[in-house]
Design a protein around this ligand. Structure first.
Ligand code: F6P
Length: 485
């Protein structure tokens, strides 16, 4: 490790963009007025960690032009953001429907996503997927080339962009290239299923530094390099790979959240109003305890097992019927993929089944909402919840597990957390569960509901301390403190 100042100017490259432009009421020919477009800010963990850095230091962010008006408001694909502030440049990469299908709905989310979440039965390797993944990575690399000089600093984000670093490296041999892989890295026996294992590793190893959330993912990555690339030399103790005449440092650097931001928003929230607004119809009793789940409708998140665990608990403990309501806040995601559409249907049907089984005239066991919530409302909802259930089959980190305890500013709240989420290796104080163990999830929820005050407070304090130690500002600093001398 070497201490290095943050680069003055940086190029960040990610699939998702931090700001997108949509037409307010249809495309406009000729000069565009402010009222013709609406701007929305992304809410994901990656963008909220990196946007403050870019605002403070300037530079360029390269990302997919996913908004309908994105290219129309840009000049040469570039807009100044945040709107009205213009602290840094956003270089947008427009993609055709065919490219999006093959690269995003295809290779990224039907090969790499299930592979890395060790769910290989869901992998589908249509030949066009790889073709488009390569082509789009080339497009991103072109965009990077167009905005960089010889020795610039480029930071690639996530599994959408495994190949672009190699292409950029050829054009910019003196640049410093970093990558952060936000999702899990699979065990070598699982990585063997990847039809393009060598190419994926070759692309990534063009970087000077590759970051993962945990030491487990680092160790697995190094073992995959060792078994897949005979030309590479791996120094496991130092976390360095020597390959193709260069060295890559592979580091564990857990991402966190903007702790103070969550705390402030939760403190400012009018919790009674949040309850009324979000849960008014389904949970009219303002005093019933709330158990909360918040996630994208992704099969890695373990939602059906959680619903089955609720069923199990209410069956085993009839006295807990009417004692709390489970609120599932869900977001639709990747709906161009049939598996995701089916998953949503299954979740909704399962919730209906459990509600039909246990509902009474004045109690709905599970409230389900797909409403888009502002971060203010979401942080308020976390504060309202007595228990949060975060039980993914696999997760790189899982930032809901960070946000929930941070938002419990009243000193009250308990977290049930999957032992297979990256967060479980970083956070202290959660009740951990195996996400496939339905009876075990039910037991942990029962325990969370019945913790005595001292233990509940002690666990929450430990959670809050461990989350604070991983604040996203440290993530950025740690990433740049590593690299070649
Ligand atoms: O966890 C990986 C990730 O890419 C996150 O960065 C992001 O929040 C999430 O998945 C959303 O996925 P998508 O960009 O496909 O909507």
């Amino acid at each position: 490790m070497r201490a290095e100042a943050l680069p003055d100017s940086l190029v960040v490259v990610s699939n998702r963009q931090p700001y997108s432009h949509e037409w307010a009421s249809g495309p406009v020919d000729g000069p565009i007025e402010d009222d013709d477009v609406t701007v929305s800010e992304a809410t994901g963990g990656v963008t909220s960690a990196l946007d403050p850095l870019m605002r403070a230091r300037g530079g360029t962010w390269v990302a997919w032009a996913s908004g309908g008006a994105d290219m129309a408001v840009a000049e040469d694909g570039v807009v100044e953001v945040p709107p009205g502030e213009g602290s840094y440049r956003l270089k947008r990469v427009p993609l055709s429907d065919e490219a999006i299908d093959g690269y995003y709905h295809g290779y990224a989310n039907q090969v790499l996503w299930p592979l890395c979440h060790e769910d290989t039965g869901r992998m589908w390797g249509d030949p066009t997927f790889w073709e488009q993944y390569r082509a789009v990575n080339d497009r991103f690399a072109d965009a990077v080339r167009s905005v960089t000089d010889a020795d610039d600093f480029v930071w690639f984000q996530d599994y959408h962009l495994a190949l672009a670093p190699r292409v950029v490296r050829r054009a910019r041999p003196g640049a410093t290239l970093h990558h952060f892989w936000h999702i899990p890295w699979p065990a070598p026996s699982v990585f063997d299923h990847c039809p393009h294992a060598r190419q994926i590793l070759d692309g990534l190893l063009a970087c000077d530094v590759i970051g993962f959330h945990t030491t487990v993912f680092v160790a697995r990555f190094l073992r995959c390099v060792e078994s897949t690339l005979p030309d590479a030399t791996v120094d496991e103790d130092a976390g360095v790979v020597h390959y193709d005449g260069a060295s890559t440092h592979v580091v564990a650097n857990p991402l966190g959240i903007d702790v103070e931001g969550v705390r402030q928003r939760a403190t400012a929230a009018d919790t009674a109003a949040v309850r009324r607004r979000v849960l008014g119809e389904t949970v009219p009793d303002p005093s019933i305890p709330i158990v909360l789940g918040v996630e994208r409708l992704d099969y890695s998140k373990g939602i059906p097992e959680r619903i089955a665990a609720l069923d199990h608990l209410w069956e085993r403990r009839p006295d807990l019927r009417g004692a709390f309501t489970y609120v599932q806040k869900a977001s639709r995601t990747r709906e161009g993929i049939a598996t995701y559409r089916r998953y949503r249907q299954d979740v909704v049907a399962e919730i209906q089944r459990v509600n039909d089984l246990y509902a009474t005239d004045d109690w709905q066991p599970i409230a389900y909402t797909e409403r888009k919530l502002s971060t203010e409302t979401l942080d308020g909802l976390y504060r309202v919840a007595d228990v949060a259930l975060v039980t993914p089959h696999r997760d790189g980190m899982n930032l809901v597990a960070h946000e929930y305890p941070t938002a419990c500013v009243d000193g009250d709240g308990a977290l049930v957390l999957s032992e297979l989420a990256g967060a479980a290796t970083q956070l202290d104080g959660a009740l951990t569960v195996n996400p496939h163990d339905i009876a075990g999830i039910a037991d942990a929820l029962e325990r969370a509901l019945e913790l005595d005050d001292d233990e509940r407070r002690d666990r929450l304090e430990r959670l809050q301390e461990s989350v604070a130690a991983l604040d996203s500002r440290h993530w950025v600093e740690r990433q740049f403190a590593t690299g070649p001398d």
